[in-house]
Ligand binder design. Structure first.
Ligand code: C5P
Length: 291
């Protein structure tokens, strides 16, 4: 058995994200068509004498290197589901996915740690992985396999879909995010009061594989993101004016993204030059794990 295990942890975008009613447990009913991207963190796991973690790479700044990191918590979550003694590992993550932007980077690192642990722990079947993933966070169950999927419930009901054909994607990362961002954005939606039905997500899920543009997508958080993230409305307007294309919010934001034909990526990146945010060209990508 190899001492060191390695895998990529892809970013995601929500092609649709419809937030329904708040539940008694504080979570919200969701319907979302999620899609993994080629942009990915690198995750390495090796047995160690005490738990430890190292984060490097272009977007390492501000990422916790302790139990504050979801990837660290994933080890204990799976050990607990399997009734195993927690086992110490060294986790190394090279961050290529900007943190706290709505791209699922931290959740994907955690889901990838679960996949790597399953290679060492033969009792870690799909059900145990799904239970541990849901215990760590709401995006983790989808990110266990990635690809294209319809996600419902709090995030734990994942229905794999036919792959979206490959699309180009350009990510626009504003300089600032918010503390406790996801909970803050859900609370803003509660104040807004509108409850979305899962119509757009189910319709897209039923039509795949199809080509999409930003105009086909939907995200409930777009109703409140302008008010929550200072400067986001202006950035959004500038991007749409310069590119002449629809730009959408990634998850709970504040990352914005364009999606369309791969041949148009260079033109979109060129049009966004000097707009005042980090611009990352990438593409949609199928599951690294689905068999
Ligand atoms: O589950 P996770 O830790 O990813 O969620 C972060 C926060 O987002 C939760 O504490 C909750 O406030 C909110 N959330 C929600 N409904 C969901 C998923 C997340 O209200 N379906």
């Amino acid at each position: 058995m190899p001492e060191e295990l390695f895998a990529l942890a892809p970013a995601k975008v929500n092609l649709t994200l419809e937030v329904g009613a708040a539940r008694a447990d504080g979570y919200h009913e969701l319907a979302s068509v999620l899609q993994t991207l080629a942009l990915a963190d690198e995750v390495t796991l090796r047995p160690a004498s005490t738990p430890s973690m190292q984060v490097a790479g272009p977007f390492a700044a501000g990422t916790p290197e302790d139990a504050g990191n979801l990837a660290w918590r994933a080890v204990d979550a799976l050990a607990s589901v399997l009734g195993r003694e927690p086992q110490p590992f060294h986790i190394r993550i090279v961050k290529h996915i900007p943190a706290a932007g709505g791209l699922g980077g931290g959740a994907s690192d955690a889901a990838t740690v679960l996949r790597l642990l399953a290679r060492r722990w033969p009792d870690a079947g799909e059900e145990a992985l799904a239970t541990a993933a849901a215990a760590v966070g709401s995006d983790e169950p989808f990110l266990l396999a990635g690809g294209t999927a319809l996600v419902e419930g709090r995030g734990e009901r994942v229905t794999p879909l036919r792959d979206l054909p490959e699309h180009g994607v350009v990510l626009f990362i504003p300089p600032d995010t918010l503390p406790n961002k996801t909970a803050t954005l859900f609370a803003a939606l509660d104040r807004d009061g509108q409850v979305d039905e899962p119509a757009v997500s189910r319709s897209l899920a039923g039509r795949l594989p199809v080509r999409v543009t930003g105009a086909d997508l939907y995200n409930s958080f777009e109703r409140v993101a302008f008010d929550c993230f200072p400067g986001l409305a202006e950035l959004w307007e500038r991007l749409e004016a310069r590119t002449g294309e629809a730009v959408r919010l990634a998850g709970a934001g504040p990352t914005l993204f364009w999606i369309g034909p791969a041949e148009s990526v260079d033109a979109v990146v060129g049009a966004a030059e000097g707009v005042g945010c980090t611009v990352i060209p990438t593409a949609t990508a199928g599951s690294l794990w689905r068999r």
